[in-house]
Write a protein that binds this ligand. Structure first.
Ligand code: PRX
Length: 634
C-alpha cells in the first residue's frame, strides 16, 4: 500500500489536496494495490441527496483473498492474530496466516454445508476468541453477511437484531470469560431464539465447558463439524457493492439501526487508513483493545490490519483483571508497537497507581491511539506521559459505525498532535461545519454541526431494510451532505475537536446508547408512567445516564429502592447492563413544551448540576415542575 502513504506533514497536505481535487483518481490508485477478480468500470457513482453511493462499480473481489490468501506466499508463517486469553495463566495463541487460511476455509466449508449461501445473514454472538475472527472471515469468504452482536448485549437486544435482519444462523459459544465472571452465552441465545423463526441452526464453539442444553435439530457443536471438512475453500466472487456486514448501532429513536457496509470500498478504505494512521510496519505488533462486536474491532482488529498483512492482537479480557496492570503486561509480553484503546479505559487506569504501568517494559510502543468518545485533557496527558513516555504520538481517531473507518485523525509522526483534538481529515475526507440555517461555516475558530460533503469509500450504504430511515437520519438535516450527529469546533489552524453528540445519543464508556430505547424499556415497568433519560458528565465513563421517572399512582406506595433495582433490571434485560442508570429521580412531572415535547435541554442541565442558566421556562406547559426537580435532584 505504498501509494499515497504519508510520511510528513508537508506530504499530508499534498496528498490531501490531491484527494480532494481528484478523488476518483486518488482512490483508484490506492485500489490498484489490491487483488480483484475484475477491476471497476467506474470509480464512483453517487447522489447524496438520495443517500445513494457506489464505489468501484462492477468490480469483483473477495475481501478474504486480500486479507489472507495474498499474504500466504510471503507471510504464510507470520503471525496474523495473537490471541491473548482472559486468564493470563492460559498461554497466548499465535495464529499464522497459514493457520488462519486453513481455519477460515474450514469454517467456510462448514457454513456452506449447513446451507448458508451468498447473501444469507449469519448472526455471530461470540466472546473475543479466535472463532469470532474465523467466523467473521468465513462469512466474508462465502459471501454471507455477518451481523456480529456484542456478547454483552441481552437476549432481547440479540433477538431484536436477529429478527431485524432475518438471520438464518447463530454462531455462539457455551460461555465466555470476562475478568472473573463467566457469562452464559448459550443460555442468552436460547432465550433470544424463542422469538426468532428465521433461525435454522446454531453452531456452538466450546470455550468455558459450561453445561448447556442443545436443542435437537437446531444446535450443533462446532468442532466436530470442522473436523470433517476440507481445509480448502473457494472464495465467492463478490461485487464491490455486495454487502459485507450489518452492524447495529443505537439511534435516537427506538429501533437499532442495522448499518450495512459493502465490500470493495470498505476494504480499500480500512486498509489505507490503518496503514497511514498507525504507520504500521512489517514487524510491528498492533493491538486494538476493542471488541469485534463494535465497528472498531471490525475495521481495526480484523479487516484493516489483515489487509495489510499485519500482526493483530485479540484480547479476550478486561483492563482490570487480574489487576490494573493487565494492559501493560500484555504490551510488554507481546512487544506491542501500536496500542489503540478508548478514553474510558484510560480514565479508569489513570485512577490507579502508576506503579501498575512502571512495573512493565513499554519501550516497544511507538504509537498510541484513542477512539470512541472525546478524550479529556487529563486522560490525554496521563496516556502521553505514563504510557507513551512522551515519545509516542497519540492518534485521537474520530469516526463512527456509519463511516466504516477513521475520518479525522492525526497521522502518526506527521501531524503534530494537540490534546483533545482529532486534528485533520484523512486524505479523501471532506468535513464541513454547518450552522443552524444549513449554511456551511467558512474559516477557522468556528463551531458547528459536523458534516461530510463528499462520499468516501467505507461509508455505510444503507440501514438494513430501511433506506428511507437512512436517508432521513443522515442526509436530510443538511441536504446533499452526510450529517454525523456530532458537533465540532475548528481551531485557528483548522484542527477539529469533537464537542459531542447533538442528538439524543449518549456515549457511556465509549458505547453509543440511544435514550429512546432505554426509556421504552423503563416504561414497560408496570409502575412507571413516563420517563426521560439524559446524559451527564462522569469522571470515568465520560457520560453516565440520569433517569427522571414518573410513577403511576400504584407505584407511589412501593418501596423506592426496590423500584430502582427493578427498573435497572428491566434495562439490563432489554438492552444490557451497560445501559443501567447511574442516577434515578422519581418526579411528579417532566418539563414539557406546549406541544408536549419533553424539554431535554433543561433535564440535561439539571443532571449536570448546572442550573444557573436554564433559559426561559415560563413558556413551558408546567413550569412549576422545574423547581421541584431541581430541589430533589440526586
Ligand atoms: O460522538 C462520536 C464518538 O462516537 C460516536 C460514534 O460511535 P460509534 O458508532 O459507536 O463508533 C465508535 C468507534 C468509531 C461519534 O459520533 N466518537 C468516536 N470517536 C471519537 C468520538 N468523539 C470524540 N473523539 C473521538 N475520537
Amino acid at each position: 500500500m505504498g501509494v499515497y502513504e504519508v510520511k510528513s506533514l508537508e506530504q499530508y497536505f499534498k496528498v490531501y489536496k490531491r484527494s480532494v481535487r481528484e478523488p476518483r483518481k486518488f482512490w483508484s490508485k490506492i485500489a490498484e494495490d489490491f487483488v480483484w477478480y475484475k477491476k471497476w468500470d467506474q470509480i464512483l457513482e453517487y447522489r447524496l441527496e438520495e443517500a445513494e453511493v457506489k464505489w468501484f462499480v462492477n468490480a469483483k473481489l473477495n475481501i478474504t483473498k486480500n486479507c489472507i490468501d495474498r499474504h500466504l506466499a510471503k507471510r504464510g508463517d507470520k503471525t496474523a492474530i495473537i490471541f491473548e486469553p482472559n486468564n493470563p495463566e492460559e498461554p497466548a495463541q499465535h495464529i499464522t496466516y497459514n493457520d488462519l487460511y486453513e481455519r477460515v476455509c474450514k469454517m467456510a466449508n462448514v457454513l456452506r454445508e449447513q446451507g448458508i449461501e451468498k447473501g444469507d445473514r449469519v448472526c455471530i454472538y461470540l466472546p473475543m476468541i479466535p472463532e469470532l475472527a474465523v467466523a467473521v472471515l468465513a462469512c466474508a469468504r462465502i459471501g454471507a453477511i455477518h451481523s456480529v452482536v456484542f456478547a454483552g448485549f441481552s437476549s432481547k437486544a440479540l433477538s431484536t437484531r436477529i429478527q431485524d435482519s432475518e438471520c438464518k444462523m447463530v454462531i455462539t459459544s457455551d460461555g465466555g470469560y470476562r475478568g472473573n465472571k463467566t457469562i452464559d452465552l448459550k443460555g442468552i441465545v436460547d432465550e433470544a431464539l424463542e422469538d426468532c423463526p428465521s433461525i435454522q441452526s446454531v453452531l456452538v464453539a466450546k470455550r468455558t465447558n459450561t453445561e448447556i442444553s442443545m436443542k435437537e435439530g437446531r444446535d450443533q457443536w462446532l468442532q466436530p463439524l470442522l473436523d470433517n471438512v476440507s481445509n480448502v475453500s473457494v472464495a465467492e466472487v463478490m461485487d464491490a457493492e455486495d454487502p459485507l456486514f450489518i452492524l447495529y448501532t443505537s439511534g435516537s429513536t427506538g429501533r437499532p439501526k442495522g448499518m450495512l457496509h459493502t465490500t470493495g470500498g470498505y476494504m480499500v478504505y480500512t486498509a489505507y487508513t490503518f496503514k497511514n494512521v498507525f504507520q504500521y510496519e512489517e514487524k510491528d505488533v498492533y493491538w486494538c483493545t476493542a471488541d469485534i462486536g463494535w465497528i472498531t474491532g471490525h475495521s481495526y482488529i480484523l479487516y484493516g490490519p489483515l489487509a495489510n498483512g499485519a500482526t493483530t492482537v485479540m484480547f479476550e479480557g478486561v483492563p482490570s483483571y487480574p489487576d490494573y496492570g493487565r494492559f501493560w503486561e500484555v504490551v510488554d509480553k507481546h512487544k506491542v508497537t501500536q496500542f489503540y484503546t478508548a478514553p474510558t479505559a484510560i480514565r479508569a487506569l489513570a485512577k490507579q497507581s502508576t506503579d501498575w504501568v512502571t512495573k512493565y517494559d513499554l519501550s516497544s510502543l511507538k504509537v498510541l491511539g484513542s477512539v470512541g468518545e472525546p478524550i479529556n485533557e487529563e486522560a490525554w496527558h496521563w496516556y502521553n506521559d505514563h504510557v507513551g513516555n512522551k515519545k509516542c504520538p497519540i492518534v485521537d481517531t474520530w469516526w463512527q459505525t456509519e463511516t466504516g473507518g477513521i475520518m479525522l485523525s492525526p497521522i502518526a509522526f506527521s501531524t503534530p498532535t494537540k490534546p483533545t483534538y482529532a486534528t485533520l481529515p484523512l486524505p479523501g475526507v471532506q468535513p464541513v461545519l454547518m450552522d443552524d440555517k444549513r449554511n456551511e461555516i467558512e474559516g477557522n475558530q468556528v463551531v458547528g454541526s459536523l458534516c461530510i460533503k463528499f462520499p468516501w469509500p467505507a461509508m455505510a450504504r444503507t440501514i438494513w431494510g430501511d433506506h428511507r430511515r437512512y436517508k432521513e437520519t443522515y442526509f436530510s438535516a443538511f441536504p446533499g451532505k452526510y450529517f454525523t450527529g456530532d458537533g465540532a469546533l475548528r481551531d485557528e489552524v483548522g484542527y477539529y475537536r469533537i464537542t459531542g453528540r447533538v442528538d439524543d445519543v449518549v456515549i457511556v464508556s465509549g458505547h453509543n446508547l440511544g435514550t429512546a430505547p432505554i426509556e421504552d424499556a423503563i416504561n414497560e415497568h408496570p409502575a412507571v408512567a413516563e420517563s426521560a433519560i439524559v446524559g451527564f458528565p462522569h469522571e470515568i465513563k465520560g457520560n453516565a445516564l440520569y433517569g427522571f421517572i414518573i410513577l403511576k399512582e400504584t407505584g407511589e406506595a412501593r418501596n423506592r429502592e426496590n423500584l430502582t433495582r427493578e427498573i435497572n433490571q428491566y434495562i439490563s434485560e432489554h438492552i444490557g447492563p451497560i445501559a443501567k442508570l447511574e442516577k434515578l429521580q422519581f418526579v411528579s412531572g417532566l418539563p414539557k413544551t406546549r406541544s408536549g415535547k419533553i424539554m431535554r435541554r433543561i433535564l440535561r442541565k439539571i443532571a449536570s448540576k448546572d442550573t444557573s442558566n436554564l433559559g426561559d421556562t415560563s413558556t413551558l406547559l408546567n413550569p412549576e415542575v422545574v423547581s421541584e426537580i431541581i430541589e430533589n435532584a440526586v
